[in-house]
Design a protein. Structure first.
Length: 244
């Protein structure tokens, strides 16, 4: 089975056709910048452009950067406040005529790791954290996803959201060296270790490619690895959500 997988992020929208059973891309990736402002109206236009680019008529799976409650956005995340309460799947279906499955972006990335990557076969608690524009999380217990966790929304002891302290966006914005950023990540992962005693932490998002540049700063007992599917995890994982 093939579906069009789309990963909607704070800065870019990436898509490719995915062979769901193998968890691999079977087309080139196509990327468009996330429209500004990222309102429902503007994003729906970008999704139409995506479907047209692939000349796609069929099932589309989307990783979307907000938590969901009963199919609707619980917040607007880093996109736009207008998303709160929106049924994203219904909106995109109306715009394109295609059937949509929409899940939280970090949950999607986590599913890719569970089926084909670093979380495969791992017992106990596994946490995937995506470091990008924001911080997203996927939490698994013995291979079962607890959806819509928001572990980037924990607070530091200075009352700052970890998402506003340790995301990759903040690293760039504050021009942090990898060493300084790594120290902040150390605080974050130490906190996660203490709260969940996970068997494994997986780092995803754009930063996962450069894990060797900051991993030395993070001293926790739990093993920390880069996502195997790396930047494609969002696209592949969204497609896997259709299978479930
Ligand atoms: C949102 C999450 C999302 C993460 C990464 C956060 O701001 O609240 O739902 O997974 O960004 O995109």
């Amino acid at each position: 089975m093939q579906v069009l997988g789309i990963d909607i992020g704070g800065s870019g929208i990436k898509a490719a056709v995915v062979a769901v059973d193998k968890g691999i891309l079977v087309s080139e990736r196509f990327r468009v910048p996330t429209p500004k402002p990222a309102t429902p109206n503007n994003l729906a236009k970008a999704i139409i452009e995506m479907c047209n680019h692939f000349d796609w008529k069929g099932v589309v799976a989307c990783g979307f950067p907000t938590p969901f409650y009963q199919g609707k956005c619980l917040t607007g995340g880093n996109l736009h406040t207008e998303w709160k309460g929106v049924d994203v799947a219904a909106l995109f279906k109306e715009a394109t005529g295609n059937e949509f499955t929409v899940v939280n972006d970090a949950d999607a990335a986590g599913l890719a790791e569970l089926y084909f990557g670093a979380a495969r076969g791992v017992k106990g608690t596994v946490i995937m954290v995506t470091l990008g524009t924001g911080i997203g999380s996927a939490l698994f217990l013995d291979g079962k996803l607890l959806p819509n966790t928001e572990l980037g929304h924990l607070y530091t002891d200075k009352g700052i959201l970890f998402e506003k302290y340790t995301s990759d966006f903040i690293r760039k914005k504050e021009n942090l060296s990898r060493k300084k950023w790594g120290k902040r990540l150390h605080t974050y992962f130490q906190h996660l270790e203490m709260l969940f005693a996970p068997s494994l932490i997986i780092i995803g998002g754009g930063a996962s490619k450069k894990i060797h540049k900051f991993i030395d700063q993070i001293q926790v007992s739990v093993p920390i690895v880069a996502a195997k599917a790396q930047n494609d995890a969002g696209i592949i994982g969204a497609a896997l959500a259709v299978k479930k």
